[in-house]
Every structure is written in C-alpha cells, then in structure tokens.
Write a protein that binds this ligand. Sequence first.
Ligand SMILES: C[S@@+](CC[C@H](N)C(=O)[O-])C[C@H]1O[C@@H](n2cnc3c(N)ncnc32)[C@H](O)[C@@H]1O
Length: 214
Amino acid sequence: MSVDAATRTDATRADRRRDVARVYDRIARGYDLVEAPMDLLGGKRRRERVIGRAAGNTLEVGIGTGRNVGLYATGVALTGIDISERMLRRGRMRARQQSRRVRLALADVERLPFPNATFDSVTATCVFCSVPDPVAGLREVARVCKPGGTVLLLEHVRPRNRLLGKVSDRLSPLTRRLFGPEINRRTEDNVVAAGLAVRDVRRRGIWREITAQP
Ligand SMILES: C[S@@+](CC[C@H](N)C(=O)[O-])C[C@H]1O[C@@H](n2cnc3c(N)ncnc32)[C@H](O)[C@@H]1O
C-alpha cells in the first residue's frame, strides 16, 4: 500500500471513530432509559451470566454508562475504557453511586493503552457492533489479556435467517448513524479472525455469549 493510501486509511478510521464517539456523546443522556426494556426482556440475565464469570484484574471495553459495574464479583479489580466522554462520565457517576472503585479512562479499543498480558479477564457487552474495525479491536483485547486469561463477550449479531440478514444489511447504515450500532456484524467470525480461541458460545436468536482465550 502506498504511503498516501495508508494515510488515507488512517484518516478514514479516525473519522469513523470520531463519528462513533459523537453518536454516543449525543445519546448518553437517554441511553439507560432506552436500554431498560432490553434488560427486562432477558438482557439483564445475559449480562449477569457473562460478567459474573470475570475474575481478578479485569478490563471492560466500551463500558459506557457502567451498566455492568454492579454485576462484577466483589474481588474483581475493574478498569473500564470508552471512546465517548459523556458515556464515561455517566459510568463514573454510576460507579460512585454503587460505591465501586473503577479505574476509568477515555480510550479506543483499537489502540488500548495497556501493556501486553495485563488482564486476567476482558469483558465487553454490546460493543463490537459499533467499533469501526472490530477485528483490530479484538486483536487488542487478545493482546492485553494474559495467556490463559478469559475474554467474555455479549454481542448481538447478523440474523442467520436469510431474509432478516438482508434486512439488517439494509438497515445497518441507518442504525449506525442514529444510535451507533451496526446490526449485521459477524462477531463470532471476527473473534476467530482476531486470533482468539473460542471456548464456548451460547446462541439465542441474535444474541451471542462468547467465551474466548488468547
Ligand atoms: C451500545 S453501547 C454499550 C455500552 C455498555 N457496554 C452497555 O452494555 O451498556 C457501545 C459502547 O461502546 C463504546 N465504543 C464504541 N466504539 C468504541 C471504541 N472504538 N473504543 C472504545 N469504546 C467504544 C461506545 O462509546 C459505547 O459506550
């Protein structure tokens, strides 16, 4: 690739990251309210199952408004990162309300500011639908997770049904612009493409609870 092309690609990625951060900054205030019905429809149980398995020194990427903070076991030492300043501000408030010590930082999952093999667990819920380059982000997750550590993901993916899959392909640019997430991501494939070893996947409709290891 020429230097010009590489620079252009970097610029495009930076633009896309800025767009994502802007969308989440815009919706941060109403985010918890909009998501509350999803929790009632089984979302909370899914989060509990995934987050409850984190142990030790743990990183949550795309921690957002901190909806998972209260679900971690008490022994977990939690660090959270997010690309949206306003989502993170709400996350900080929630951690304080719940008297949980959480180290929070504004950071991009595609360039994590941590040394290799730092964390025992890395978690994410509903994040890799909006990360501009999910495979790059998952590679970073693999890098900062210790060998023998665990990557725990809860993600919605492209529907397997052919018609619904095509509908989600059509609607995805719109959902990305309005609310942040793409609804046609193939996250199971992306996890493998990032070099993670998949240990377990629980599949329910469009939902995937993925356990993987570097
Ligand atoms: C749908 S929200 C989910 C928030 C939280 N994980 C939850 O389950 O409620 C997606 C979050 O991922 C964050 N995000 C998107 N792209 C990111 C990136 N490249 N690096 C870090 N965070 C990112 C967004 O800012 C947002 O807070």
